[in-house]
Design a protein around this ligand. Sequence first.
Ligand SMILES: [Zn+2]
Length: 249
Amino acid sequence: MAFLTAHEMERYDRQIRIAEIGKRGQEKLKNARVFIAGAGGLGSPISIYLAAAGVGAIRIVDRERVEASNLNRQILHWNDDIGRAKADSARATLARLNPATRTEAICDTITPENVAQLVAGCDLIVDAMDNLPTRFLLNKTAIEKNIPFFHGAVHGFEGRAMTVIPGKTACLRCMYRGPIPQETFPVIGVATAVIGSIQATEVIKWIAGIGALLENRVMVYDGLAMRFTEFRIQKNPGCDHCADAAEKG
Ligand SMILES: [Zn+2]
């Protein structure tokens, strides 16, 4: 357990003043190891806010290079980064923001073969992907490793988020059972900012052990109507990802 330095007490003063966080919660953040799948629209606000909050270690994985069409939402990457590997650009941005956060940025595709190795040593998995097959892979991996999974997705001005606690809550697979869409979907950056911030908030709360998580409920955001709606999600007793975990839990 690493304790806070005088500099850290100063740096995080405004959030240490939050009664629920305090010095103890800040120490928990410092000792946390977070896995973020994707350095794009969601991965940008998630990694930036978690590094700013003083999370001790972030491992972020993305296989792509920065393109001009990413820049309306992927605020880890700026104009000068076009053509650069997103992993490199993400590492540089996060190091500038908070050099005390150990950032490991990996340029790779997340596959069934490498996922266990990629998430090894991390306390939780954050879903910042743009495709359902990889989201399902991460959901399943989190359940197998018995670590939480923080789901988020955006489309246009809309988005949704939910938190999966293996053995306790419904999982992503319980919620989605339909066909898998394959498309270049429209999205505006402010929608990823809202959903990514909700995911980062959930991560901070889980690490600190405070508040009420998005358990068995999905938060749906409609930026055009400017409305948040919450839906209850029930665990599917026949779920091929989490049914066993439910029996054990
Ligand atoms: Zn499930």
